[in-house]
Design a protein around this ligand. Structure first.
Ligand SMILES: Nc1nc2c(ncn2[C@@H]2O[C@H](COP(=O)(O)OP(=O)(O)O)[C@@H](O)[C@H]2O)c(=O)[nH]1
Ligand SMILES: [Mg+2]
Length: 579
């Protein structure tokens, strides 16, 4: 699941850079933040699982200048955190150990992943993908043992650049100390963040800093309102911190000395896995919305291709298989039958040319390259190529319609341009497949001829009378002319001698059988053409086109990848962590 969330986040980041629409951009940015949070929260879960006794992490978060760093110092009873009157002074997560040693924090670096752990003094303004972890020897009256994190603000202008650090520090925390000042508590950014982390179920307190005596109850009331609008869980305890003389530090009230230690008891690491799952489920539909839309388009694309192929097959059937003047395959079987019949006077010459029809093609080539092969004059091949071309033209038309009408207009526009670029390639591949099919189908033609010939042998009277007929001799000459390259296949189909021979056979005792052979040949041909040309060549080529859609404008997460992730999302846990 972690990998999938990372992948999704990366795709969002890439696609975002290509977006023009500001509203969409903002919503994508929000999802990226949510994904960063989810990714970090899953890592936190892994950290809990791997540890014998998970360390307690506490994060101090809040808007700029609220006094977070100052409060960190108060809580630690030290001056470890950098305090400044300048906004956006703290820009890295900075952890301070309290009652634990650095050696106990080995898993923190694994949690932070690509973020690098540096000494506090090495943290630089130019690099945001780092954090510090510092041992602190002073004793704190207020803190439980663990790591206290000072975090960058999330509201100043520059915060976008170090936002990921804040999010990672927040997701690492088992409990949260929100610091707001009387000036800043109403900022939308504060409540956006508090809403976004609700699903992490972190025990929280609010420190209201820089208070002037007497103003507190009004502000707390208003804080409560803000909390209610952002969150559904209980309003947390508020610790008022009064404004001290200039340059002073906030003072933690003695009465609340135990507050954070008690809050730590509410931390329930065992529930983390459930919370993770809830978090993912809550956002899943929104996060995957553009992926679902692409899959829908992909699905429509498949359906469209299938529809086009059905139409193409109808044309093939109408304009070739069932067309009295165009259907040449059976006539070719007839010429082969003439060979087998060994017509007196012509048998020897015909036998010499027999290989013309014989598979494999290489043998034909051996006969000498000059003679055109029957495929070259085949009306069927020309027609098939025409149908393929026509199919692509119609497809392009349909794509333009979708580009105008569909919500995924962008997807259809781009697939159309991919199709335009690949058109020649698709047609060439088809044309090659058509030629291959035509040549290999001669085996079926020959076998149809042989079947008819065996049937004739069972009827010697018919066979002999046919042999002796003038029309047969004429037809045999036509066949010979065809095989010598003297005429093309189309001439064969309309040659009167061939027509006469065909009707003679049809009217003879083998007529019924001949029709059966012809019907079977056609059916076989229909299936073969559909499979080898329209499915294995054309359809497959077209189905692959979406793979060439730009990776920078599309998510290109496959339905399989999505299914695998969704399975993990819904799988019941059997004492094992699945996420
Ligand atoms: N006088 C006074 N100044 C404070 C108090 N808390 C914070 N400050 C000042 O507010 C400024 C910002 O504090 P800092 O802790 O750096 O805020 P951060 O940005 O939230 O980390 C600094 O100049 C602090 O000295 C306080 O209780 N009293
Ligand atoms: Mg600070």
């Amino acid at each position: 699941m972690l990998e999938f969330i990372q992948l999704l986040k990366q795709r969002y980041q890439t696609v975002l850079t290509q977006l023009g629409n500001e509203t969409v951009k903002a919503s994508y940015q929000q999802r990226i933040d949510q994904l960063i949070l989810a990714e970090a929260f899953i890592r936190k879960g892994q950290m809990i699982d791997a540890a014998q006794q998970p360390l307690l992490h506490m994060a101090v978060v809040g808007p700029t200048q609220a006094g977070k760093s100052s409060l960190v110092n108060v809580l630690l009873n030290s001056a470890a955190a950098g305090v400044s009157p300048l906004a956006g002074y703290t820009i890295h997560p900075q952890g301070f150990c309290n009652g634990v040693s650095l050696g106990d924090c080995g898993d923190v670096q694994r949690y932070f992943g690509r973020f690098q752990q540096l000494q506090q003094t090495q943290l630089s303004k130019d690099r945001h993908d780092c954090y510090s972890l510092t041992e602190n020897s002073t004793d704190s009256k207020f803190l439980p043992h663990g790591v206290l994190w000072d975090t960058p603000d999330f509201d100043s202008i520059d915060s976008a650049t170090y936002r990921e650090g804040v999010i990672r520090a927040i997701a690492l925390a088992d409990m949260v100390i929100l610091v707001v000042s009387k000036e800043k508590y109403a900022d939308q950014s504060v409540w956006d963040i508090m809403a976004a982390v609700e699903e992490l179920h972190q025990p929280t307190i609010i420190c209201l800093n820089k208070l002037v005596e007497g103003s507190e109850s009004v502000i707390i009331q208003s804080l409560k309102e803000k909390w209610r609008q952002a969150r559904t869980d209980e309003f947390p305890e508020v610790v008022p911190l009064y404004y001290q003389k200039p340059g002073g530090l906030p003072v933690w009230p003695e009465s609340r000395q135990q507050l954070l230690i008690q809050l730590a008891h509410k931390v329930k690491p065992a529930k983390h896995a459930r919370f993770e799952q809830e978090l993912l489920k809550r956002h899943w539909q929104t996060w995957l919305e553009p992926v679902f839309a692409e899959h829908q388009a992909l699905n429509d694309w498949h359906e469209l291709i299938d529809l086009m192929i059905e139409q193409a097959m109808e044309s093939y059937q109408r304009d070739y298989l069932n067309h009295p003047h165009h259907y040449e395959t059976f006539q070719l079987a007839m010429t082969e039958l003439l060979n087998l019949m060994e017509i007196p006077g012509l048998a020897r010459i015909l036998a010499g040319t027999r290989q013309v029809l014989t598979w494999p093609v290489r043998q034909i080539m051996k006969l000498g390259g000059k003679r055109p092969h029957i495929s070259d004059s085949s009306h069927e091949i020309a027609l098939l190529n025409q149908i393929a071309e026509h199919t692509l033209i119609q497809l392009a038309d349909k794509l333009l319609d979708r580009a105008d009408q569909s919500q995924q207009g962008q997807w259809w526009r781009q697939i159309n341009s991919v199709l335009r670029n690949q058109r020649q390639d698709v047609l060439q591949d088809f044309s090659r497949a058509a030629k291959d099919y035509h040549q290999s189908f001669q085996v079926d033609v020959e076998s149809a001829a042989s079947r008819m010939y065996y049937k004739l042998q069972e009827q010697p009277v018919v066979l002999n009378s046919l042999r002796a007929t003038r029309a047969t001799a004429d037809a045999a000459v036509i066949a010979l002319t065809l095989q010598m390259g003297g005429i093309g296949l189309h001439d064969l189909v309309i040659a009167p001698a061939m027509l006469t021979l065909t009707s003679l056979l049809a009217e003879s005792a083998v007529g019924g059988y001949m029709h059966k052979v012809e019907a079977e040949l056609k059916q076989n041909q229909f299936n073969t053409v559909k499979q080898a040309l329209f499915i294995e060549s054309l359809r497959n080529k077209l189905l692959q086109l979406p793979e060439q859609l730009s990776m920078t404008t599309h998510f290109n997460i496959s339905p399989d990848q999505l299914r695998a992730a969704e399975l993990q999302l819904t799988e019941k846990r059997h004492g094992l962590r699945l996420l």
